[in-house]
Design a protein around this ligand. Structure first.
Ligand SMILES: *Cc1c(COP(=O)(O)O)cnc(C)c1O
Length: 382
């Protein structure tokens, strides 16, 4: 029962690693029959020409990938009109987030994030023993610049904001972000994971402001979440520091090849992005008819407030029983919401049909519900 050796080993964990002792979840991966709308993937195949580059890369499987991702960074610099020394390539942008936390935060430091935001950041701060300040974003239509400059965030080592934001899908004008970057002497990390679904982006600001880092990923808008390709853009001196603490061979040869090929064929995604924006609008209107209220989204997902009577976790569970996966956030202020990723038309039709069934079963008085359905498998309302 008691394993003295294990106890000794565990007691050697750093204090911050010990704080994380409760493992989040080890649910098995959802099977293919599920409609997976919970992690904002883009469920379309890679364009053929990009697929071919991945296959060709497999023939170089015995070689280490290129040192320091030189060709990939070069390709990104050309595609985005910046210089190569303003680019770092990551195994997904979450690797780059991890580097930023490691580079800038020591125990006792603080970091600020616009909230609600991407919850992975909380864990990264914890791992550094840093204090994680969440700055409320209200309706998220503009940035609380004075609060960021003069409130508790003024001492943060850096400030993080995502635009469009996750999980709200809201977008603030780039001029707001420029005002913050201009007036602040903090590093501002602008996470643009969803920017290809939005009307504007802030990449042009990196030439003017040395305190801005912009993050991009191919996971969402380029349908490559499983390949792991992300980029950071900023001042060469900061980019250099981050590259210097990065793992050698952080990306694999397939990630390199697919990354370079996507950069060369970004136009091939125009129809994908058009489709997602179109479905986003269609699903928004359909949800409104079911009594949800939907925050106008500039990303590939919707944050929807569920109709009065049930909360978000109830809806998530009810949908999951019908093999429809959506995201629910237990955080304060989000309990009445679910987040629905935008997928194929068929996936969204399946989601809406199930949401309609659940909604209908809630409206039917209990006594009539079973008579009307005539089936024991009707969705059960609790
Ligand atoms: C999905 C997501 C990321 C991480 O993307 P990867 O490149 O797959 O690591 C980063 N930031 C936000 C806001 C995201 O939603």
């Amino acid at each position: 029962m008691s394993d003295a050796k294990l106890e000794t080993v565990l007691s050697s964990l750093s204090q911050v690693a010990r704080q994380l002792d409760v493992l989040l979840s080890d649910k098995p991966a959802p099977d293919a029959s599920c409609v997976k709308l919970n992690t904002n993937e883009n469920p379309f195949p890679l364009p053929t020409v990009i697929m071919q580059s991945a296959m060709a890369a497999l023939e170089r499987q015995y070689l280490y990938p290129e040192d320091d991702n030189v060709s990939l960074r070069q390709a990104a610099s050309e595609a985005y009109g910046v210089s190569k020394d303003q680019v770092i390539a990551g195994n997904g942008s979450s690797e780059l987030l991890g580097l930023i936390y490691r580079a800038f935060l020591a125990p006792g430091d603080s970091v600020a994030m616009m909230s609600p935001g991407f919850s992975f950041n909380r864990k990264l701060a914890m791992l550094q023993g840093a204090q994680f300040l969440e700055i409320g974003w209200g309706e998220a239509v503009s940035l609380p610049i004075a609060e960021l400059l003069f409130g508790p965030a003024k001492d943060a080592k850096f400030i993080l904001l995502a635009n469009p934001n996750n999980p709200t899908g809201t977008f603030v004008p780039v001029a707001d972000i420029e005002r913050l970057v201009d007036q602040s002497d903090r590093l501002i990390v602008l996470d643009e994971a969803y920017v290809d679904f939005a009307p504007d982006n802030g990449l042009r600001l990196i030439d003017r402001y040395s305190n801005l880092l912009v993050l991009r990923t191919f996971s969402k808008s380029y349908a490559a979440a499983g390949i792991r390709v992300g980029f950071g853009f900023g001042h060469p001196e900061i980019i250099d520091r981050l590259r210097n603490i990065q793992n050698v061979f952080n990306m694999n040869v397939i990630g390199h090849a697919v990354g370079i090929s996507i950069l060369a064929h970004r136009a091939a995604y125009a129809e994908n992005h058009r489709h997602i924006k179109h479905e986003r609008q269609r699903v928004t209107l359909a949800l409104l008819q079911l009594g949800f209220s939907v925050i106008p989204s500039h990303a590939n997902f919707l944050l929807a407030r569920v109709p009065a009577g049930q909360d978000g976790s109830w809806w998530q569970a009810a949908l999951e029983r019908q093999k429809l996966l959506v995201a629910f956030f237990p955080d304060k202020g989000l309990q009445n919401y679910i987040r629905i990723s935008i997928g194929t038309k068929e996936q969204m039709d399946a989601f809406l049909a199930t949401a309609r069934d659940i909604s209908g079963s809630l409206k039917t008085p209990r006594s009539r519900r079973w008579a009307a359905s005539g089936s024991a498998s009707a969705p059960r309302a609790r």
